[in-house]
Design a protein. Structure first.
Length: 389
């Protein structure tokens, strides 16, 4: 049972929680609430398909075509390849307007500057890559929409680091135009929050709201193939529905790709990051719930282990039967304040998508695609009652 520690002061949080929950094959079932009736029967399990406000229809979909995973046609590396191809063609007949800097060394800010700058040839070169990538991205989306779990999708939110750029936003808009010109009526929009914050804010939707009563925030973690982020997410005002004004109060980031740490060293560093955030919250008299929400790549099993998809995580072997990230964190941080620590984990694309729940009340079926090291994906159906809230 996640967070079932019973030592000392932790009983004050855990015992009422246990009384309100019903074990069911390794999961916990939240009882109904007259105030939040749409949260009835939301399973408290890692990687759950039924969450308080949405049903997760699909995630980490590994669609393939004759060339392999279709997600390989729409990620950060793919855009870089498109841009590099244009540069190589230009160099055959003249000077490269971007200069000698390798494409892989061009930051998002630099590419945006080229797009907005006075050198029209450099801007046009970037636009060529935008067009090529948008064509491939539209093809990828078209294939997702043919999957039965994605039928009748009304809106697709695009997140990940790629979205946080002018050329990324142009690519998203151009992709929607291409799809509509092909007769596919689906809205493609950039994620509302900064992608780094969306992966933290979404954690507030992993559990029913009543679990946060008496507290102002939770701790959240977003683990990726390049970075680990940890933060304190404030809930916002009680009378604002669906945590629409939830925000990141404080956060810290570690670019683990530069250090190439072991799995054990990664957990130690993450623990230190969280303990530092807990200390800052205490000094600011902010009262976080004794809860840590985790966003992590891969298929997440109900017991918190990773079935597959964790191959890019630092140190490797995160899919081992003998390793469990939520259990490791609860052991490292047994209590937050006076209460036993409770950890809930889900796929990183799912969590980033969950941050958009407040902005999806006008649709029923929607999805998220995150463009980064890979192409994360998740599909949702709003649960009955969410629109009314």
């Amino acid at each position: 049972m996640p967070g079932s520690g019973t030592s000392g002061a932790g009983l004050r949080f855990v015992w009422p929680l246990v009384q309100a929950l019903t074990p069911q094959k390794g999961t916990l079932m939240a009882k109904s609430s007259s105030k939040h009736g749409d949260e009835v029967n939301a399973l408290l399990a890692h990687g759950a398909t039924v969450l308080p406000l949405v049903t997760v229809d699909d995630y980490n979909n590994e669609l393939r075509d004759k060339n392999g995973f279709i997600g390989d046609n729409a990620n950060k590396k793919t855009f870089q390849q498109k841009l590099d191809d244009w540069r190589k063609r230009i160099r055959k007949v003249g000077d490269d307007p971007i200069g000698k800097t390798a494409t892989t060394k061009l930051s998002k800010k630099k590419i945006d500057a080229l797009l907005k700058g006075d050198d029209m040839e450099a801007a046009a070169l970037v636009m060529g890559a935008v067009e090529d990538f948008a064509q491939d991205f539209a093809d990828v989306i078209g294939k997702f929409l043919k999957d039965k779990r994605w039928v009748k999708t009304e809106r697709i939110v695009v997140g990940g680091g790629f979205r946080h750029s002018r050329f990324g936003e142009l690519t998203i808009a151009r992709t929607m135009v291409i799809l509509k010109a092909a007769g596919i009526d689906v809205e493609i929009v950039p994620i509302v929050h900064h992608p780094d914050e969306a992966g933290l804010i979404g954690s507030v939707h992993l559990m029913p709201r009543w679990m946060f009563k008496g507290h102002e925030a939770i701790l959240a973690v977003d683990i990726g193939g390049t970075n680990v982020r940890a933060g304190v997410v404030k809930f916002g005002k009680d009378d604002v529905p669906n945590f629409a004004d939830a925000s990141v109060w404080e956060s810290t980031i570690w670019r683990h790709a530069d250090d190439e740490p072991s799995r054990t060293a990664t957990i130690e560093r993450l623990t230190a990051m969280l303990q530092e955030l807990i200390g800052k919250a205490e000094k600011a008299s902010l009262k976080p719930a004794p809860i840590i929400g985790i966003a992590c790549p891969g298929i997440i099993k109900a017991d918190g282990s990773i079935e597959r998809g964790g191959q890019n995580l630092p140190g490797g072997n995160w899919e081992s039967d003998s390793f469990n990230l939520p259990a490791a964190l609860m052991k490292a941080i047994p209590e937050i304040g006076d209460d036993s620590t409770f950890v809930m984990m889900h796929n990183d694309a799912v969590v980033q998508g969950l941050s958009q729940i407040p902005f999806m009340t006008d649709v029923s079926r929607w999805a998220v695609l995150t463009i980064g090291t890979g192409l994360g994906n998740a599909h949702f159906t709003n649960r009955e009652g969410m629109k009314a809230r």
